[in-house]
Every structure is written in C-alpha cells, then in structure tokens.
Design a protein around this ligand. Structure first.
Ligand code: CP
Ligand code: NVA
Length: 301
C-alpha cells in the first residue's frame, strides 16, 4: 500500500524530490511551449478551496490541471456548507471521496493539516498564514531559469516576517543558500520557526541586507488575514520599500522578485518592479509549470 503524500510545506520533501519536481517543471514548460499535448489527468478532478482571495494561485491551478486533461471544481466557501456549519474535516472527508486532488488556501497551517488528515486524496497548500510552498517553488524555478543554481547565493528579504519569508528560509535550509533579512520596526521573528542551520542573517538597514545580493525580494506591508495590521495603522518607521537605491547595493545583475499582488509606491517602487531587473512576470507565470509538476508528482508516482 502506498502512503498518501500531501504537499503542505517544503520540509516534508527531500532536496532530491524537490529538485526532481523543479526539473520536471522545466520539461512540462517546454512541452507546453512546443504545443505538445500531454494529458495524464483525463478523467481526474481537482477541487480548489479558497478561504482567502487569489488570482495567480486560482488561475495557475485551474489552467494547469485543465491543460493536463482534468477538470476543476472551484469550491467557494460562501456557496457551500462550510461557511455555516459543516466542519473543515467533514468537508475534506466528503470532497476527497469525490475528487482526485485538492488544493486549499486557508488561514492557520493547523487548519490545513486537519483537512489533509481527514482527506483520502492528496492535498496541496495554496497558502496559509505560515507557509506558501508553491510560491517559493516557482521562485526557485525562475531563479534557476534566469541565473542558474541558487546554491551559495544570497537572497535579500526586505519586509515582514510572513509566510513567504519563512518559506524562503525553509528553502535556504534545504537548497543551501543564504537569506539576508532586513528587519523593519515592529518586525517580530518567531525564533521557533527559524531553520536549524545558520542560513540567514539579520540587518538593520535594507541597504545592508541588499549589499551584494543575487536576488532582492519583498512582499506586501499587510498579508491576507492580518487586517488588524492595516497599512494606515503601521508607523512610518515600520514601512519598507525596495527602490533603486536599494537595488544599486545588490549585484549589478541581481534580480528583483515579488510574489504579487504588488502595491507600487508602498513595498516597491514602479521603477524597480517595472524595471529591467524585475523577474515578477516570469515568476508569476512559472507557478503554472511548477504546480503542474507538483500535481503530477502527487497523482502519478
Ligand atoms: N502570489 C500569489 O499566491 O498570488 P495570489 O494571491 O493571487 O494567488
Ligand atoms: N504574504 C502574502 C502573500 C500573498 C501571495 C499574503 O499572505 O497575503
């Protein structure tokens, strides 16, 4: 009997498995670009359950699963019994007996884990408060495509201690690269969630964090589900912005990434996100190919 595998966070996987998924994403991308039809999911169904808003994750999972021959159900909590009285676990028990794969975007990782424990089919993390593994797989794929191996590289994180940062940290631990973190005022790092290897350093200014970096990355001032920390309530001293002066401290060929959605004039200037070093559109587009490889890994292994 094979063990049911989910895709809930990067550290559930070995570096070899993650590398093989990334390599497979490259093959699937070339296949798609050449027009070759590859449909191993004919007759299969993906259910998507979003408890938070999404553009990229929704479209890339739906497009990806459809391109591989399957069909997709987008379960809106407002139109299902979830919003009123049916538990998340009972929803998992029922839905997983009718579909082949489930992608969930929700709040606490524990909520996702309970859902996955009750599911009889693989569950993929489409973002939780704590982790965003599909995003960082897409980012690693994009870095490799544009600059080669990330091993030994320096990634500058300018921003909040959020799901994207912690997933970058997990990736740095697994893939052997370094994260230089700028800690704005009010930034509270959770020491219990830091990797055991010293694959990171903290800096007091964004310029210092960016110095010599191969990649500079940031995220929104306020993550979804943290509405009490609205931008307008954030003290000026706790705001951050990746601008040209910060990019100039990085290597001359450094990339800029942002998981998106972006807020020009807040965490990043238009000059940077729309400038020559920005990789954000490839980064978003590559979610499609990487998630196809993740879904194929879960359904075809
Ligand atoms: N980066 C990302 O996950 O985007 P969405 O919130 O639009 O899915
Ligand atoms: N940190 C952001 C990422 C959005 C893709 C959030 O959780 O809202």
């Amino acid at each position: 009997m094979t063990t049911l595998r989910h895709f809930l966070r990067l550290s559930d996987y070995s570096v070899e498995e993650l590398r093989s998924i990334l390599a497979r994403a490259g093959v699937l991308k070339k296949q798609k670009e050449s027009g070759e039809v590859y449909q191993p999911f004919v007759g299969k169904v993906l259910a998507m359950l979003f408890e938070k808003a999404s553009t990229r994750t929704r479209v890339s999972f739906e497009s990806g699963f459809s391109q591989l021959g399957g069909s997709v159900i987008d379960l809106n909590p407002k139109d299902s019994h979830l919003i009123n009285h049916e538990t998340f676990e009972d929803t998992a028990r029922v839905v997983s007996r009718m579909v082949d794969l489930i992608m969930v975007r929700t709040f606490e990782q524990k909520r996702l884990e309970s859902f996955a424990s009750a599911s009889v089919v693989p569950v993929i993390n489409g973002l939780t408060n704590e982790w965003h593994p599909c995003q960082i797989m897409g980012d690693l794929f994009t870095f490799k495509e544009l600059r080669g191996s990330v091993q030994g590289c320096n990634v500058a994180w300018i921003g909040d201690a959020n799901n994207v940062l912690y997933t970058w940290l997990e990736a740095a631990d697994i893939f052997d690269f370094h994260i230089n973190i700028y800690a704005p005022v009010g930034f509270k790092i959770d020491a219990t969630r830091m990797p055991s290897t010293r694959c990171y350093d903290f800096f007091l200014t964004p310029e210092d964090a960016a110095r010599g970096a191969d990649l500079v990355t940031t995220d929104t001032w306020t993550s979804s589900g943290y509405d009490t920390r609205k931008e307008k309530n954030r003290p000026v001293s706790a705001r951050w912005q990746v601008n040209e002066a910060i990019m100039e401290k990085a290597k001359s060929d450094a990339l800029f990434m942002h998981c998106l959605p972006a807020h020009r004039g807040e965490e990043v200037t238009a000059e940077v996100i729309d400038g020559p070093q920005s990789a954000v559109w490839s980064e978003a587009a590559n979610r499609l190919h990487v998630q196809k490889a993740i879904m194929e890994f879960l359904l075809c292994h």
